[in-house]
Design a protein around this ligand. Structure first.
Ligand code: PLP
Length: 417
């Protein structure tokens, strides 16, 4: 459930008409609902009530400082994948001991930064990374708390680009080799083994893949404990899906039930890294129709948001519902909704049944709160769009639209040119 609803055929975000914001900030822009973000976090967190757990919001889904701060205020931890996300997380007020650090390609400077700040744990994705972290921790006279990210080889039945827990994926250490990893880790002087981690993919809509992953991991934990190694945390990663179109993903409470049942009797703390499920349906991208045209085969609605603003349709063929900000009596048509970029892959929707929008009409690209702004780029020297947050009847720009000066910031022309 979210707070983007029609009143008298006009789209509102909470108590603010979307059109009013468009008049104020121009288009395109991302728009987030405070109430939805808060609600999603509370529902997710409360689903695990009674269990020792830390929900670590996965920053990469939406890293705006205001969004991060909102979750920090609610007691969330943070799952990061870069030094930049650590910087943002600390700026937003997360305490370092609630931050877990995942990712296959952690650099030395990023490792040092995280060690210096004293994060909760590193999720290790290779033996070479383990050795490097041990070495850096030694140099900085720290002990590095780690979990090994295990790849349980389960099929999350999602888009191949967002499945991460198959043997052929680059993530984690395969489950057979991971016991060796734990043996090695337990002997390293500057490493403290505290957990086990897995993240099998994204936009997962059924419970089976999660249950399968947990089953494999539980077996592994028994083996690890038998080696005399203590495991305090199981990090189950993220991956719970949302409704973009007609999907019916399991509810956080069903997800929690499946996990809690599998964990019964295990004296262990749970870490969860939800991203999309918290922010996806809490945001929309508002865009304006620039032109209409028809070829012999197709109708096109050309809008002012492109693949540089919202990449998901182009790279995942992802579906985003597109709704008119002002509903009219017009009949629906079938059209491609395309952006201004010089690529055939630049579309928001293909062959979509959509209201017959004309130039200057506003459209809302729904479910754009996750992997929307964070995946945007300056391709074609297009300015990054602003982000706006609504709370009740107020709205505020939480990231300003870029300017042409921003676009060339840091560039210089050498004298030898
Ligand atoms: C991206 C990511 C997440 C969040 O995934 P969602 O599908 O958005 O919930 C969690 N953990 C790790 C390690 C990730 O890379």
């Amino acid at each position: 459930m979210h707070h983007f609803k029609y009143r008298n055929n006009e789209l509102y975000c909470e108590d603010v008409p979307v059109q009013r914001i468009a008049e104020n900030v121009g288009t395109p822009f991302y728009l987030y609902s405070h109430a939805t973000l808060k609600r999603h976090f509370l529902i997710f967190n409360q689903a695990f009530q009674g269990l020792n757990r830390l929900v670590c919001y996965s920053a990469k889904a939406n890293t705006n400082l205001a969004v991060l701060k909102l979750f920090a205020n609610l007691g969330s931890g943070l799952d990061i994948v870069s030094g930049g996300e650590l910087y943002r997380g600390l700026k937003a007020g997360f305490s370092a001991d609630k931050i877990v650090y995942s990712g296959v390609g952690k650099r030395i400077d990023e490792i040092d930064y995280a060690l210096d700040k004293g994060i909760l744990m590193f999720n290790i994705e290779s033996l070479e990374e383990l050795e490097l972290i041990d070495k850096r921790a030694g140099m900085l006279k720290k002990k590095a708390p780690i979990a090994i990210r295990v790849n349980p080889d389960v099929d999350p039945k999602t888009h191949p680009y967002i499945s991460t827990g198959l043997k052929k994926n680059k993530f984690g250490i395969d489950i057979e080799s991971s016991i060796q990893g734990y043996k090695i880790a337990s002997k390293l002087k500057n490493i403290q083994v505290i957990g086990i981690d897995c993240h099998i993919g994204s936009q997962i809509t059924e419970s089976k893949p999660f249950e399968d992953a947990l089953e494999s991991i539980k077996k592994l934990i028994t083996d690890i404990i038998n080696l005399g190694i203590k495991i305090k945390y199981i990090d189950m990663g993220g991956g719970l899906g949302i409704t973009y179109d007609a999907e019916s993903p399991l509810h956080p409470s069903e997800y929690a039930r499946a996990i809690v049942k599998s964990l019964e009797g295990m004296p262990i703390e749970l870490i969860l890294e939800p991203g999309r499920v918290l922010v996806g349906n809490a945001g929309i991208l508002v865009t304006k129709v620039l032109y209409r045209k028809a070829s012999r085969e197709k109708q096109f609605i050309i809008v002012d948001a492109g693949m540089n603003d919202l990449l998901r349709p182009s790279i995942y063929k992802a579906f985003h519902a597109i709704e008119p900000v002002l509903k009219s009596e017009e009949k629906t048509i079938v059209a491609d909704v395309v952006g201004p970029i010089c690529e055939s892959g630049d579309f928001l929707a293909l062959d979509r049944k959509i209201s017959n929008a004309k130039a200057d009409d506003l459209l809302a690209v729904m479910s754009a709160g996750a992997y929307g702004f964070t995946m945007s780029s300056n391709y074609c020297s297009r300015l990054k769009v602003p982000e706006v947050m609504v709370k009740d009847d107020r709205f505020e720009v939480i990231k300003a639209r870029q300017t042409y000066e921003d676009l060339i910031a840091g560039e210089c022309i050498p004298a030898f040119v």
